[in-house]
Write a protein that binds this ligand. Sequence first.
Ligand code: PLP
Length: 376
Amino acid sequence: MKVDMVDLKALHTRLANELDNAIMDVVRSGAYIKGPDVHKFEEELAQYLGVKYVISCGNGTDALQLALMSLNIPQGAEIITTAQSFIATAEAAALLGYKPVFVDVKDDYNIDVDKIEAAITNKTAAIIPVHLFGKPCEMGKILQLARKHKIHVIEDTAQALGAEYWIDGKMVKAGTAGTIGCTSFFPTKNLACMGDGGAVWTDNEQLARRLRMLATHGAEKKYHNTAIGINSRLDTIQAAILRVKLRYLDEFNAKRREIAKLYNEKLSDIQDKITLPRYEEEEIKHVYHQYTITLNSASKEQRDTICERLKERGVSSMVYFPVALHKLPVFSEENRYITLLNAERLMDSVISLPMHTELSEEEIEYVCQMVHEVVM
Ligand SMILES: *Cc1c(COP(=O)(O)O)cnc(C)c1O
């Protein structure tokens, strides 16, 4: 048997009728840039998230960049984020002349909220929590700190669209509690298009106008540019695809949760060797962008061997991420005196297993059997 990390072809075959129609409608309309589907998708996503304004853009990295650009943060300011994420989170800050400040993670791979306050200085302008692998961060505590120190919260929701957490006694969508939420529609994300795409959102009307202006060459009125912006747009075809898939997002996420639960059951007997993600029924809604396990006591070499052995048995796996952000060559020099123990341990001991909406129970069973075989 062969089990891949993702199977986009199977998903798109299942939805082929609706997707083909949506795509061909755009092709025939000729409105490829800012066609009607773009605006409709923004409205539908806003409704789904329960926010006032959604501004679509070119990709998730642009979304983070736009969010930071919109807040008028002075040069040299510090932006606190997690050490375990995709480069984009820190890259957007560094590109704009801010200093990314990395905070260690907990065993659940998300930023350690108890270590944030020690990283706050009088230069801190924002925190970018990342809901990694689809698991919401501890937002209550993050918001409390942000209010206390008067700093912005930009949520990187690229891996967690549809996830939920409790805020003020209400279960709300991940990405909606901070100042601005950002996401990516990269083909493998939980809500994904067939190319690049992204979005930012906020409840603040003024910020929303600014975000849209910045994404449109700094012009609210065409040819009357008032700021230096960027050109970042969601293609109409991608918006049309996303409108179809948004209707299935809750179903997709429910399937991912079901698979995670099955994995947890079938791997529960080897918890002396591996740490499984905690499956929470009530406290939060984790949407398992990735199903990631940690080897309890293996070296990097042993972890890599395990991945090799899985591959020989037809089971794909990935390491997210093999290098913690503060250890990346681009950031390692300025962080040379910084040790983030958990992030450094996890980069050598995590393995993400196949996770996608089209996985069968038979495939999950097979993956688990193979994990049993290869985990030392
Ligand atoms: C995918 C991703 C991004 C960037 O999204 P792109 O659309 O590829 O630019 C940012 N942050 C995280 C956590 C991601 O997983």
